[in-house]
Every structure is written in structure tokens, then in C-alpha cells.
Design a binder for this molecule. Sequence first.
Ligand code: GRF
Length: 205
Amino acid sequence: MRNSKKRLALFASGRGSNGEALYKAMQEGYINGEFVVIITDHGDAGIVERSKFWNIPLIVIDRSDYDSKASFEQAQLDALEPYKVDGIVLAGYMRIVGAPLIERYEHRILNIHPALLPSFPGLHGHQQAIDGGVKITGCTVHFVDTGMDTGPIIMQNTVPVLPDDTEDTLSDRLLPIEHKTYKEALRLFCEDKLTIKGRVVYIED
Ligand code: GRF
């Protein structure tokens, strides 16, 4: 028997294509979860436009409206509390998540990164892969810890890097793979099939 639907927060700063792919997979019943709130740090992020018809509360928490990192992070915690979320899905959220949020939602925050971690963490994962001369790159869905893209890895998938690739062409090739990988990883999370032991995530069949 399926467990009850997971209540999830979506954090996004930009275009929002991963968020949309996940939303659709929830609508289709592939992922046993629902976004109950969307939090963005940019009022003009693509996700704002995309989510207009989803009927999900959207909250803008802009770092520049706060005097300190601590008060910004407290605002995120306060905004989330009423929604009683089981997990947080970072999808193109371009900030490091603060320790208070990570402690409150330990092992319940997921992120997608456009490279095969632990290679090429941080910004411009595609360009780093091109500059690094690797022949294969990919995406990584991982749990978030206090480091920069250092948390336990849930799932990875690969694409080739071609000799004439630019950041844009590589990103276009990888994006559908990101959507597929995140859908699968979040499906497993929502079915309680992921167990973390040390740095290793075990997937229950
Ligand atoms: C993706 O490449 C994701 O891996 C990275 O930021 C990008 C977000 O794209 N973290 P989108 O906003 O989901 O379209």
C-alpha cells in the first residue's frame, strides 16, 4: 500500500523547468507527493510565470530585503513552518542553504546539480566540464548538507561531451536527463525508499 503523499516545498531561483517537470509528474501520479508551497528568492524568476496556474502559494523571500543572512534564513524557516513539509526540493535554487534550514529538515532537502559530483561543484557545472576536457558529464540528485554540492548522492545519469560543445549546447542535451533523473529520485524519496548511511544512499527495490 502507498504511504500518504509527501508535502513538499519547491525552492527555485530561475527558469523552473525542473520544478515544472516534477509538478507534472506529481499531477500524473508518478510521484507520490505535492508541492504545497513555492519559495523563490527572485520575484521575476521563470518559476513565477510557470506556476501561475498551479494554485500553489508562492512566497518571495529576497535576500536583499534582509539585513543579515540569519534574518533571511529565519524568514525562510518561518514561511515554511505552517506548511508542515516533509521535504524541500531545490530546483535551480542558486543559494547555499543555511545551516538552520538544513538542521530543521535534515536528510529531507534534495538538490539537482548539472555535473557528476563530486566533480565540478558550484556554479557553471557545464562549462567546468567542458574546460576540464571530460568526455562524459551528467547530473546528480543529492541530499543537501552544509557544503557546496557535497551531500550524499542519490542518483546520477550521464551525457557525452562533444568536441564543439558550448555551455548552451551541453545544457540543452543534459536538461531532459535532469528532468528524468529528478523525477525518479523524488519518486523514491516520496515512497520512503532512500536510506542514508554515512555518505552512501541506499535505494530499496
Ligand atoms: C539546472 O541545470 C539545475 O541542474 C541547476 O540549475 C538549473 C536549473 O534549471 N541547479 P531550471 O530552473 O530547473 O530550468
